[in-house]
Design a binder for this molecule. Structure first.
Ligand code: IZC
Ligand code: ZN
Length: 420
């Protein structure tokens, strides 16, 4: 009783159970149970039981009940790759790209990440907090209860710490859980383009130790890309982070093939993200090393680029997760449901694989698999209820928000599609 919630009679309940130790791979990604007329009982913020209604009926007396008749109930969605904390927008660059300029050309001319870095450096902690808080509410309204958030628009110790502190404060104050990643190696400051070594050295010797000391991040990420950080620099940065307990992640093979997937496997990264241009060898290496592929089809869509080969990756045994990549330059969206459409329509994934990729596999990609990503006894009572009759509709209808109710640790935060 006490703090308890009974969600009952869902047309379809999808618990995603059974993958708390290892992410789902190959056929496992599409072989989850669909419980018709399903119910979930949550007490003190944790799942007590999720299953067929007749199994739970009469067993629990809850303080609050939600009737999910005609709706689909899933674990709260997880977005494992976002640049949540940043200031400003880049619609001017979007207009330039529509006229033929490329993402990299704009960055090399001092725009791109440099533009968002200037805006983020200039913003106060409070301004950054407020802009990011609004975005976090949008994530929640689209069914997301846990996200990863990166720094990387500070590029100095002071401003990287500011971004990470904003993320920490949001994690403390806002119900959505935020897992933080340090990404000081997101770009080489414009003034140091010709001689990047001092900057690489500051990331390694100054920023990583301080971020680790203050416990402001779990992961360490680099933008390994021609014209940004070389595989050799990326390797040194990721290994340095590892010595301070920061687990490697990597922006790999986003714009050009650059052996990023191979590097992710060699350093034992938890995930390699993007992979639009990953090589066959890189995909094989990732499958063998158990590196999760976090695919961001919103970026390929928005940059009008080739999509990552999700089908090939899943068939090769890579555990795939999906994410928005929410950022002002290459994927200005917070809609994980839209990313699910793209997963099917542009990357050859099935609706089942897509759902696995935004729940339990996304949890694994950010080390949250023990508390989130599935509805199983003892895990957080994070639940999303969609106003659709079956899960197929989620990746079929697009550009609409079907989220009806969002529950975070047993507390209803969104009802009737609105923030409470
Ligand atoms: O601000 O452009 N690719 N980092 C690497 C990004 C895209 C974010 C940005
Ligand atoms: Zn990114």
């Amino acid at each position: 009783m006490g703090n308890s919630l009974f969600i009952k009679n869902a047309a379809q309940l999808i618990t995603m159970e059974g993958h708390c130790d290892k992410p789902a791979v190959r056929e496992e990604m599409s072989s989850f149970n669909i419980i018709e007329n399903g119910s979930v009982y949550i007490e003190d913020g944790k799942v007590v039981e999720a299953g067929p209604h007749e199994q739970l009926e009469g067993k629990y007396t809850a303080a609050e009940e939600i009737d999910a008749t005609g709706k689909v109930v899933t674990p709260g969605l997880i977005d494992p790759h976002t640049h949540l904390v940043h200031a400003g927008t880049r619609e001017n660059e979007y207009a330039m790209r529509l006229k033929g300029k490329s993402y990299m050309e704009i960055m090399e001319a001092g725009g791109g990440i440099h533009s968002t870095t200037r805006a983020t450096q200039e913003a106060s902690h409070e301004e950054l907090y407020e802009q990011s808080r609004k975005r976090l509410n949008q994530f929640l309204l689209h069914g997301v209860t846990t996200i990863e958030a990166k720094s990387g628009y500070g590029l100095t110790l002071e401003h990287e710490l500011k971004q990470l502190e904003v993320a920490k404060q949001l994690n403390d104050n806002h119900p959505v859980d935020i897992v933080s990643t340090f990404m000081g190696a997101h770009a080489i400051p414009m003034e140091e383009k010709e001689n990047p070594e001092p900057f690489v050295s500051r990331v390694i010797n100054e920023m990583i130790p301080e971020v680790a000391k203050r416990k402001l991040a779990v992961f360490n990420d680099v933008f390994c890309e021609r014209g940004v950080f070389t595989p050799e620099q990326s390797k040194r940065i990721l290994e340095a982070g590892r010595e301070y307990g920061l687990v490697p992640k990597i922006h790999a093979d986003e714009i050009e093939p650059y052996a990023g997937a191979e590097l992710a496997a060699a350093v034992g990264a938890i995930s390699a993200d993007h992979l639009l241009r990953a090589s066959e060898q890189g995909i094989k290496d990732m499958a063998e090393a158990g590196v999760i592929g976090v695919l961001l089809p919103g970026t390929a869509f928005f940059l009008m680029a080739e999509f990552a080969q999700a089908r090939k990756m899943i068939d090769a045994g890579v555990a795939v997760a999906l994410s928005t990549d929410a950022n002002p330059g290459s994927s200005p969206t917070i809609s994980l449901p839209f990313i699910m459409n793209l997963g099917c329509l542009k990357m050859g994934m099935t609706p089942e694989e897509v759902l696995t990729a935004v729940t339990i596999n996304a949890a694994h990609a950010i080390g949250a698999e023990k508390e989130a990503g599935s509805l199983e006894k003892g895990k957080k009572g994070d639940v999303t209820i969609f106003d659709v009759p079956n899960y197929l509709t989620l990746s079929y209808q697009y550009g609409m928000n079907h989220v009806d109710t969002v529950i975070k640790e047993g507390r209803t935060l969104v009802a009737g599609g609105r923030l409470l």
